[in-house]
Design a protein around this ligand. Structure first.
Ligand SMILES: *Cc1c(COP(=O)(O)O)cnc(C)c1O
Length: 341
């Protein structure tokens, strides 16, 4: 297979159209058999449920080339399960888990020429999504839906080295108690755009959201979960019903416990304790872990000892072990690596 002539190392994180995408339509209570298509446009009615009442959700995962030249992706079964939970909360039909994984495989296979080579740091980002496609004017769930997967090659996240982030405590809320914070719905992002644009305008990389009810507990950022390290080397992650369950974070907690022999804790984390942690990182598919160097709480700064130039030692070990597992340099736990080719 001849790869596309792409400058992999210098790719950014943007959409670049590839050759093929997957589409399946839901109508009269059933999904059709699904197909690959070269058509990158979606044609829907002006009154489609997604356009009027934002009935849409998505997933994100990556395919990449391992050290021994296989093309794989990481735990797609968990993306399928999460999308199932999301669909149920949004009154959308579930796209079955085995079909989801199969569709990911088919989409990557059909775009093999866009899977970046091992060592480039680039990956093929895969975006499954679903939306209400039939017309809805009185508020109710749509009757017809489209499930699609496209993929796009993206560059190395830490291009030019790791740069720890500066984040601020947000005055906006991300998710209500008993709301939709725990599902991957587009609406959670629509309402966070103002907060992130404002954070960037003020010179911050990200928002730290606290729980909306009491503003005392740490939740997450707009698109990544927190990991903290205590002075005695324990790895702590916030527990809350309104946090999106990051697959990366869950995997890192397993790595911390089973590969690095660290103590791990998923529990409520009060903002007041944050100053006592020695390391802080953001977990998500895009970066795996981005170190946080500094948190600004309305002018009061919390600076982590790892500083603004590098990852802290525990964050670094976690990062290297999980990326080693993903790239096939370290043996993976059973079922974590889905071999595509
Ligand atoms: C997708 C997402 C994450 C990261 O999840 P991963 O499965 O690790 O990519 C974290 N927080 C939010 C709000 C998200 O939407």
């Amino acid at each position: 297979m001849e790869k596309k002539n792409i400058d992999w190392e210098n790719l950014g994180f943007g959409y670049a159209q590839t050759d093929m995408r997957y589409v399946s339509n839901y109508k009269n209570g059933a999904w059709d058999e699904g197909t690959l298509t070269s058509d990158s446009n979606v044609v829907i009615n002006e009154c489609a449920g997604v356009l009027q009442y934002a009935q849409t959700c998505f997933e994100g995962l990556k395919a990449y080339t391992t050290e021994d030249g296989r093309i794989v992706c990481f735990r797609p079964d968990l993306n399928a399960e999460r999308m199932e939970a999301t669909a149920q909360r949004l009154e959308m039909p579930v796209f079955p888990k085995d079909r989801f994984v199969d569709a990911v495989v088919k989409t990557v296979e059909a775009n093999e020429a866009y899977v970046p080579p091992y060592g480039s740091g680039a990956t093929l980002y895969i975006r499954p999504y679903m939306f209400g496609s039939s017309s809805v004017i009185g508020v109710k769930p749509a009757e017809e839906y489209q499930f699609r997967i496209f993929c796009t090659p993206v560059g190395p996240y830490f291009k030019g080295g790791v740069k720890p982030l500066t984040i601020r405590v947000s005055d906006f809320d991300r998710a209500a108690p008993h709301g939709t914070g725990h599902i991957k719905a587009g609406l959670n992002y629509a309402m966070s755009l103002h907060a992130i644009v404002d954070a960037h305008d003020q010179g911050f990389d990200e928002n730290m959201y606290l729980d909306a009810a009491t503003r005392t507990r740490v939740e997450e950022t707009g698109g990544a979960n927190f990991l903290f390290v205590t002075k005695d080397g324990k790895v702590v992650t916030p527990k809350s019903e309104s946090i999106l369950p990051s697959i990366t974070r869950r995997s890192l907690m397993t790595v911390a416990k089973d590969y690095l022999g660290l103590e791990v804790e998923e529990r409520e984390v009060f903002f007041e304790e944050v100053k006592d942690f020695t390391e802080c990182g953001l977990c998500g598919t895009a970066a795996v872990i981005s170190p946080v160097g500094k948190i600004n709480d309305h002018g009061r700064e919390i600076c982590f000892p790892s500083g603004m130039n590098e990852m802290g030692p525990v964050t670094k070990k976690l990062y290297e072990t999980l990326t080693g597992i993903q790239m096939g340099r370290i043996e993976a736990p059973e079922g974590w690596i889905k071999v595509i080719k």
